[in-house]
Design a protein around this ligand. Structure first.
Ligand code: ZN
Length: 318
């Protein structure tokens, strides 16, 4: 594996000790459900799908520390890949994304019900019945490079009211169908079915270790809870939508490193607009070039692992 840039970003946020949240009330560690006792939707705020993406941890601990409780329905908070989180090493900050297998690439029945015995898949099996209860799931993530925060979702009409209401962040990346090697959590079961009502979106809140990413995660979390009517109006009013139109991109291809010799052709960070034919990377002897009509690069990986996805190509939608 290679690190595209040897220099490490400043680490403004370090992991917090979460041991006080280990014993939850669901029989699954690091998961807490708060029931208002009133009818309403069940909303899940999910942090640490990737162990080194601290913004989700910041938003979930904010809800717990502030004692935020739903005024209707139920609120569940989860620290997802807690084992990966516990392995964080500031000298190798990109290596604790997962332990053995990316928790966000295992959400198909074959993997969940198959023989895989990695700690990440075991954790997914422990959590799946909880995610299956959700009417709405917000999956909080961050990026290797400091790029604008973005909302990622599938092109299902059922998501339109939610994404319109959030109106933050304003970069939208639309993921048509399963393009990654392995299914992401937002495509798990009912979330990925256009005719089923449960909704799930990812928000990428900025650079993994930036303090601002945690602040964005808290803000989007509150807007998400407000969409479902779970928080009081005076609290919701503190978190406003952004102004201006959304910029929408559709993922057209997800590139997977085929060799140990995958190198980007430039120091891409994300959202670069490339003309048709531009060299993006070399993978062994193969050249990866922008398609004829050009493309935008989304989320180039910093830590490149053979067999894993390393960058998405997207096109701007009008
Ligand atoms: Zn992530």
């Amino acid at each position: 594996m290679t690190d595209q840039h040897q220099d490490l970003p400043p680490i403004e946020v370090m992991p917090k000790d979460l041991s006080q949240y280990r014993v939850g009330n669901r029989g699954v560690e690091y998961v807490h459900t708060f029931d208002s006792g009133r009818p309403g939707p069940h909303v899940i705020i999910n942090g640490l799908t990737h162990g080194n993406e601290f913004c989700g941890m910041i938003a979930v601990t904010h809800l717990l520390e502030q004692g935020i409780r739903p005024v209707r329905g139920k609120l569940t908070v989860a620290f997802a890949n807690i084992d990966a989180y516990h392995r964080f090493d500031p000298a190798k900050p990109f290596e604790s994304r997962y332990v053995e297998r990316d928790f966000n690439r295992v959400w198909d029945a074959d993997t969940l019900e198959g023989p895989d015995a990695t700690v990440d898949v075991k954790r997914a099996r422990a959590l799946r019945h909880i995610y299956a209860e959700a009417d709405g799931l917000l999956d909080l993530h961050s990026t290797s490079y400091a790029v604008p925060s973005m909302l990622i979702y599938e092109p299902h009409a059922k998501l339109d009211p939610l994404t319109r209401f959030l109106h933050s962040p304003l970069h939208h990346v639309i993921l048509p169908g399963v393009k990654h090697p392995g299914r992401p959590l937002i495509q798990y079961d009912a979330f990925g079915r256009p005719d089923a009502s449960p909704l799930a979106v990812v928000v990428e809140c900025g650079q993994h270790f930036a303090r601002s990413s945690g602040e964005i995660a808290i803000s989007i979390t509150m807007r998400f809870l407000d969409f479902y009517g779970l928080i009081p109006a005076d609290l919701a009013a503190q978190y406003k939508p952004e102004s201006g139109p959304a910029k929408r991109y559709e993922v057209t291809d997800v590139k997977v490193a085929k060799t140990d010799q995958f190198h980007f052709a430039a120091n891409f960070i994300g959202f670069e607009d490339l003309p048709g034919g531009a060299l993006i990377a070399t993978d062994g002897t193969e050249e990866i070039r922008a398609p004829a009509e050009g493309c935008t690069i989304v989320m180039p990986a910093r830590r490149i692992v053979k067999g894993r996805d390393v960058v998405s190509l997207a096109r701007r939608l009008q």
